[in-house]
Design a protein around this ligand. Sequence first.
Ligand SMILES: [Zn+2]
Length: 300
Amino acid sequence: MSGNGQREGISFDQVLGFTVAERNVRGRLVRLGPVLDTILTAHAYPPALRHVLAEALVLTALMGSLLKSAESQMTLQIQAQNGVVDLLVCDYRAGELRGYARHDAAGLARLGNNPGLGALFGEGYVAVTFDVGETGQRYQGIVPLEGHSLSAACESYFHQSEQIPTLIRVAVRSGPEGCVAAGMLAQHLPEGEEGRERLHVRMDDPDWEHIAALGGSIRHDELLDPNLTMEDLTWRLFHEEREIRVIAGPHLSRGCRCSADYYRSVLARFPAEEREHMRGDDGQIAVDCAFCSRIFQIEL
Ligand SMILES: [Zn+2]
C-alpha cells in the first residue's frame, strides 16, 4: 500500500494473494477491467452472455492463480444441454486469460437480459482441470452445474473433488463504459501445507468457520469499489486476525496460443488424405479459433 495516502489507481487486471497462517487459510482477490473488455470485445456477445463469461473469467483467474508455475494451466469448462449455451470454456496460464461461449443466438435473444443459470445452460456440468506443468500431471474434477451461480458450482468442485472447504464470491458490473468484475476465493488447508494429502476434512472446523464468516460478509460493491484497493479490502475483512500476509500476484492479460504456425504444426500431424478432405475450394484449410472468434487460412 502507498503510505502517503495517494492512491495509485485501482489495481485492475491484477491478482492479490493472501494468507491467514494461524488459521491455515489462503486466498486470492482478483479484479478484471481492461482485460475483460479485450476478451469480451472479440466476441460481440449479448449482455447476458457477457455477464456469465465475465463471472467465469473471474473464477478462472481466482483458481488459475493458485497454480505456481508458468507452465501450468487451469481450464474451466461448462458443457450443457437443453439451454441456449452448450459450451463455455475459459483458461488461465501464467497470467493469461481467454474464454468463449458457444451458444444459440436466437434462443438467447428470446431469454431477455436477465436469464437465470438454468435458462442459459439447461442441465450440464462444470469440469475444472489443472494441468501441472512441472510434473505433466492432470487433475480433473467434474461437478453438476447446480445452484444459482457458477461460483457456487466451483465451490462444490473444491468440496467434492478436492475436499477443500472453499468460499468464493464474484461480482460483475456491466455498463456503457465497459465491464468490470471482481472476486474473492478463500480456502482452508487444514494440514497447513499445500499439496499434502488431506485425510480429514471438516467443514465445521472453527478456524474455517470463523474465516468463512468474515470472508462471506464481503459485498459486491466492496469487491468492485474503485476507491478500495484489494489490500485495503483484505484488511477490512480480516483485520481481527493477528497476522495476515498479502502477496502481489500476477498481472493478468488476454492471451491465446493460436497462430498460423501453431495450426500448421497441428495439421501436419494429420495424414495427407485427411488434410485433403479439410481443404476448401481455394486449397487452404480454414481453422477457427473460438477464443479469438478468428479464422486462420492455412496453406499446407
Ligand atoms: Zn486464439
